[in-house]
Write a protein that binds this ligand. Structure first.
Ligand code: FES
Length: 155
């Protein structure tokens, strides 16, 4: 009788082993399935609600054939002064896989480094590479010596 107290029987060891392996397998499955689930069902990303933004740069300082990234709400935008001197603004999020685009002075257009995507700097139209759609175009106006970028044409 005292021997049963000092040495647990095979049933107790087996149940402990089953519990131990079961929780280990459960933890492994949870750690493997959680990232897969988050990838398949991503969390909601809030849309940027900013309607317009005044950029912290003077219009005269933006030289032709150049571009720069700015923050439009929570998302990046790109301001372009075309080689002809027109100011244009677009979302800076590539329509392919959402990389941030940039302006290439040597190519004289907007370019995405991720997969060599190309966009027209005047219209934002996708002109080369994998991007399936044009960049969303914003309106860029000069007010005083500041540049104001807005979503609508009336800003
Ligand atoms: S993410 Fe821009 S070309 Fe693929």
């Amino acid at each position: 009788m005292s021997q049963a107290v000092l040495h647990p029987g095979p049933v107790e060891r087996r149940s402990f082993l089953n519990w131990f392996l079961g929780t280990g397998v459960g933890a492994f499955l949870a750690s493997a399935l959680y990232p897969v689930t988050r990838f398949l069902i991503p969390p909601r990303v809030e849309e940027s609600t900013a309607a317009s933004v005044a950029l912290d740069l003077k219009a005269a300082a933006v030289r032709p054939n150049s571009g720069q990234i700015f923050k439009f709400g929570k998302q990046p935008g790109i301001l372009v002064r075309t080689p002809a001197g027109e100011l244009r603004a677009f979302t800076a999020i590539c329509t392919h896989l959402q990389c941030t685009v940039q302006y290439r002075e040597d190519l004289q257009h907007i370019w995405c480094a991720c997969h060599n995507g190309h966009y027209d700097p005047v219209s934002g139209k996708n002109i080369g590479g994998p991007p399936p759609r044009p960049l969303e175009q914003y309106t860029a106006n000069v007010r005083g010596d500041k540049i104001v970028v807005s979503r609508s044409a009336s800003a």
